[in-house]
Design a protein around this ligand. Structure first.
Ligand code: UDP
Ligand code: MG
Length: 327
């Protein structure tokens, strides 16, 4: 019988774990789907890990691991994929904002042969205006950069074992899960869902963390900003040619040269262009530096009793993937 793994990244979600575990296990048992729940504690400062351990002790279908510090949602998702042993894996938020009622539908599509089932937001739920605007801008830019429509995409999706294995084999450390599932291809279906309201706790995203996330992901998926540097350079060259001609004409017609204002302005503009360009190039170099260092995406510091073996397996695989050069 096919097994479904549900991966749930959790950061400071102590109020949600028990409820989410209860809702999900109830729903899956009701639909007669063989399942396991994989909670990943992303270095929470509250009792999330304890709650996961408690849930795992109560229900053998539940397992989990905790990070040594906060590594971010991307890392938590990948750790979950690594720990999951199911034939199909669903990734979803553990605050139940991704409605569990959709899971049987995703499962059905998977049984009919879909290899990726994308959860597509039909509404964004209740969010502040600022959040809505910045998220809107973010998806506009992202969709342009990676040439895929991401406006309604989310981290809520089902992946076939085949796809999970492909994702785990990708050597990059700065991942963008949401876009990677588009990038790998495979036979994709989608289901619509309404974003629910968060019951307990609060969203972990601020405007700035969203902006940082946007820039990191845009540059991890596109080199377009680098081409922007080229365009800036061309603009300033075009400008200087016009200016050179103007100066030459003035020189020939013996018109007096004007004050320093133009010169200062030009220096400022060109200086600005150069600094922006260096900044963009610097950002990419920083990304290369991070990738080259080859550190793992996350460090697991503890696991629930029922998974010690598979975590060792995960570590071994990580070592094989990242440590080849050191042997
Ligand atoms: N999350 C995580 N690590 C982080 C931030 C968030 O694992 O550093 C998890 C969080 O526990 C939740 C999911 O990612 O399960 C989505 O986070 P949140 O609900 O705060 O985001 P929102 O729904 O507001 O976009
Ligand atoms: Mg949420």
């Amino acid at each position: 019988m096919a097994l479904l793994s549900v991966v749930l990244p959790a950061y400071n979600e102590e109020q949600n774990i028990a409820n989410t575990a209860k809702v999900l296990s109830g729903l899956l048992e009701q639909n007669a789907i063989a399942y396991e729940l994989v909670f990943i504690d992303d270095g929470s400062k509250d009792g999330t890990l304890k709650e996961i351990e408690k849930a795992a002790a109560e229900n053998t279908h539940i397992k989990g691991a905790g990070f040594s510090r906060n590594f971010g949602k991307e890392a938590a998702i990948f750790a979950g994929l690594e720990l999951a042993v199911g034939d199909a894996v669903i990734v979803m938020d553990c605050d139940l904002q991704h409605p569990p009622q959709i899971i049987p539908e995703m499962w059905e599509l998977w049984q009919q042969g879909a290899e990726v089932v994308e959860g597509v937001k039909s509404s964004r739920g209740r969010e502040s205006l600022g959040y809505k605007l910045s998220a809107g801008l973010f998806y506009k830019i992202m969709s342009k950069l990676i040439r895929m429509d991401m406006s309604a995409s989310s981290d809520f999706k089902l992946l076939d074992r085949k796809v999970v294995n492909v994702l785990l084999e990708l050597p990059e450390r700065n991942t963008f899960f949401r876009a990677l599932s588009f990038w790998v291809g495979f036979q994709t279906e989608s289901v619509q869902y309404e974003v629910q309201e968060r019951q307990y706790g609060e969203s972990k995203w601020s405007f700035w963390s969203l902006m940082k996330y946007a820039i990191a992901n845009a540059t991890s998926f596109s080199t377009l900003p680098l081409q922007l540097v080229m365009i800036l350079g061309m603009i300033s060259i075009g400008f200087s040619i016009v200016l050179a001609i103007q100066t030459l004409v003035r020189y020939l017609t013996h018109t007096a040269v004007e004050g320093f204002t133009t010169v200062i302005l030009l220096i400022l503009i060109v200086g600005g262009f150069i600094m922006i360009s260096l900044g963009i190039i610097g950002h990419y170099i920083a990304r290369i530096y991070e990738e080259v260092k080859g550190r793992p995406k996350y460090i697991i510091s503890s696991v629930t009793d029922n998974v010690a073996g598979s975590v060792l397996g995960a570590w071994k695989r990580q070592g094989e993937r990242y440590g080849e050069k050191n042997d």
